[in-house]
Write a protein that binds this ligand. Structure first.
Ligand code: HMG
Length: 389
């Protein structure tokens, strides 16, 4: 029985900052951000959007009544959790109208959380072939104004329905994972901003890749020739270019060229959104599936997940016949192309805005919210109130 991704939905807030304009106010050559980092636009979340509302919106984009009846596992990967106790999964379960006899919980390991969800969902479906699972990766990436990490921020969510006989990607059950206790990136409980040792994080990302790819190859006897494309966790799109150069250092010209050409398709969405942490790898996969010409039947795609701290995993899947019929290229392009560009002043003000941390109440201005979208409506008596407009 094949198990894998049957549907993929994506959501990002409807406003962004242009990277060239950000470079200008930082006194940096714009090419550093657009070529050196590889980002064109960066999504910025308004106060009424958080990991929960974005995760719900990504799910609302794909769920139908059959999914709502069959999903009995809701797994919410995030490192932007909104409560120390209650999981974002419970709110998403409610906002999307999934039947009540379900397990719902949150998973945390930096950008690796959604991959942990996928691996768990595969086991669940193997035991319960009629079940479906909803796996979400939703985050707001924030390093703060005038920091080295600033051009690698972003906001957004990816939601995936996993099932038996999936229509998009059948996942192989032969991945290689690695855990090591390192301090390349973390976010203390008191802070809205991540702390990062940028150079070390880049090195760790590549060294984990090297390690898990080696183990994966040994276990599966597969090599680069067996992959039509490889998608990577994308903290910024240039990172995957470094990863491909490292993977293909001793590869044939043909393998290196094929992977590099698919890399261009796999970064189109991420380039316009920035780092969405847990969802980044899956946004890259979606970009590849929607933006590349139809991949041949049976094409295998490699996936590299990396979550600082750190856990890395290399795994793979096979694209399913007619998968193009089950992705939503038009909707996702419209989502990206109808966003409003923020001025640099608006961006700076918004990035520093935060919800009250002293228990006081707040009511959101809902004018900007589009019909059918989930949002944070208020905090009242320390309770977050979400709604769908
Ligand atoms: P930086 O020090 O500002 O940048 O930090 P730089 O000086 O290293 O320059 C970046 C690139 O731009 C370099 O290219 C320059 O040569 C190039 P590279 O050597 O890397 O190939 N450059 C130019 N190119 C064209 N024209 C120019 C120009 N000037 C320079 N004029 C850094 C960059 C990414 C370190 C920083 O933004 C940062 O700390 N970001 C956050 C950390 C991060 O994203 N790490 C990635 C790996 S860890 C990870 O993926 C996990 C994560 O997602 C978190 C999680 O798991 O939850 C972050």
């Amino acid at each position: 029985m094949n198990i894998g991704i049957d549907k993929i939905g994506f959501y990002t807030p409807d406003q962004y900052i242009d990277m060239e304009k950000l470079a200008e106010i930082r006194g940096v050559d714009p090419a550093k951000y657009t070529i050196g980092i590889g980002q064109e636009k960066m999504a910025v979340a308004p106060l009424h959007e958080d990991a929960v509302s974005m995760g719900a919106n990504a799910a609302l984009a794909i769920l139908d009544d059959e999914d709502r009846a069959k999903i009995d596992l809701v797994l919410f990967g995030t490192e932007s959790g909104v409560d120390h106790s209650k999981s974002g999964a419970v709110w998403v379960h409610h906002l999307t109208g999934i039947q009540e006899n379900a397990r719902s919980f949150e998973l945390k390991q930096a950008c690796y959380g959604a991959t942990a969800g996928i691996k768990m969902a595969m086991g669940h479906i193997a035991l319960n072939p009629d079940s479906k699972a909803l796996v979400i990766g939703a985050d707001i990436a924030k390093y703060g104004l005038n920091t080295a990490g600033e051009p690698t921020q972003g906001a957004g969510a990816v939601a995936m329905v996993l099932s038996s006989n999936p229509r998009i990607l059948a996942l192989d059950n032969d991945s290689a994972a690695l855990t090591k206790n390192i301090s390349d990136f973390w976010r203390p409980l008191y802070s809205d901003y991540a702390i990062v040792d940028g150079k070390y994080s880049n090195e760790s990302y590549l060294s984990f890749l090297n390690d898990v790819w080696g183990v994966y190859k040994e276990r599966t006897q597969r090599d680069l020739k067996d992959f039509e494309a490889v998608c990577f966790h994308l903290p910024y799109t240039k990172m995957a270019k470094k990863a491909i150069l490292s993977l293909t250092a001793e590869a044939s010209k043909e393998d290196a060229e094929r992977l590099m050409s698919h890399y261009q398709n796999s970064i189109i969405y991420n380039k316009q959104v920035g780092n969405v942490y847990t969802g980044s790898l899956y946004l890259s996969l979606l970009s590849l599936l929607e933006q590349a010409p139809e991949l041949k039947k049976g094409s295998r795609i490699g996936l590299y997940s990396y979550g600082s701290g750190a856990v890395g995993e290399f795994f793979s899947g096979v694209v399913q016949p007619d998968y193009k019929n089950y992705v939503n290229k038009g909707n996702n392009e419209a989502l990206l192309n109808t966003r409003r560009e923020l001025t640099t002043d608006e961006y700076e003000e918004l990035l520093e805005k935060a919800l009250p941390k002293d228990g006081s109440n707040i009511e959101m201005n809902t004018e900007q919210i589009k019909d059918g979208k989930a949002y944070l409506a208020a905090i009242q008596d320390n309770l977050r109130k979400y709604a769908v407009k």
